[in-house]
Design a protein around this ligand. Sequence first.
Ligand SMILES: Cc1ncc(COP(=O)(O)O)c(C=O)c1O
Length: 359
Amino acid sequence: MQKKSFNLRIPGPTTLYPEVRKIMGSQAFNHRGQEFGALITETSTKLQKIFHTKNDVLIITGSGTSAMEAAVINTLSEGDKIVVISIGTFGDRFSQIAHIFGANVIDLKFPYGVPADPIEVKQALKKNKGVKAVLVTHNETSTGVLNDLEQISKIVKQNSDALLIVDGVSSVAAIALPTDKWNCDVVISASQKGFGTPPGIAMVSMSDLAWKYYEKSKLPKYYLDLGRARKSLFNKQTPWTPATHQIAGLNKGLDLLLSETLPAVIKRHQRAAEKVRTAVNKLGLELLAPESHASPVLTAVKTKHADEIVKEMRKKGVEIAGGYGPLKGKIFRIGHLGFFTDEEIDETIKELKGVISKI
Ligand SMILES: Cc1ncc(COP(=O)(O)O)c(C=O)c1O
């Protein structure tokens, strides 16, 4: 495997597959031509395998937040009662988007560092009749906590007719998320996380129920109108000029993921996470997430020396992430997401030991 000059251990953007870098350097091509038609169709079909869905997976030029916004504006109308579950910064972002577009938001906020309690979700749905949608982050990248999505989905579907909208930005392609089996109506993701490809592409899977909501949705939409994206995909196009090379890169990344096989990819992430958590424990440091809900794709570590550790690790050639939002300066985060090797994880642990011994 090609040696990388820098060990990028942040939870996205993640290291690019060498094959992806190569294909993205190719000559420009016609986005209304046959070549692109084949590319968008292939890419969307491969995404269906990764998302475990029979739904069309729509490809948007934009970052993960564009897909969060698309999920809201394509399913809801002003005043719709919705529950937004938040366990960190990205859950808070979903709530902010819904507020800005005028939804009647019931915020179900949990302290940073813990998962959502499914019983509280059930209580919120029992107390508030007529909830149109429940929005939830699968893997909260700001805290390294994994929500029990399967359980949350069961509760939402047993206790309401609500649409389940899932932020899978840092989980799809790295953590099990069987979209159809778990009744997830809308699942979004982004290219710079589990795919080993650069930022710039967002993906949205919409169930039949989600499309029924789309038909009734009155929120304004233009660039992110998923109905237009679906119609265009049928014609092997996108409504607007797409980021052609990002899509070509994503298509290659999907080939590599599918050839490794999704179960093997998921196991690789779990193994890396366990290795990192064991090392952190041995160093006497405290993990932010409870072991039962620790993220397989990143590990958040509590320490008042977080910023210094990030700086010292960088000097050693290992780029880790600091805290985000209210956790700034209080945690550091090690990413083990997307394309990485055992050697890179081992190097991270070795350098962390050295840095900690001097602090
Ligand atoms: C869980 C989650 N949701 C949403 C986002 C936002 O995605 P983007 O930064 O691509 O807009 C991120 C980005 O890190 C994320 O990790």
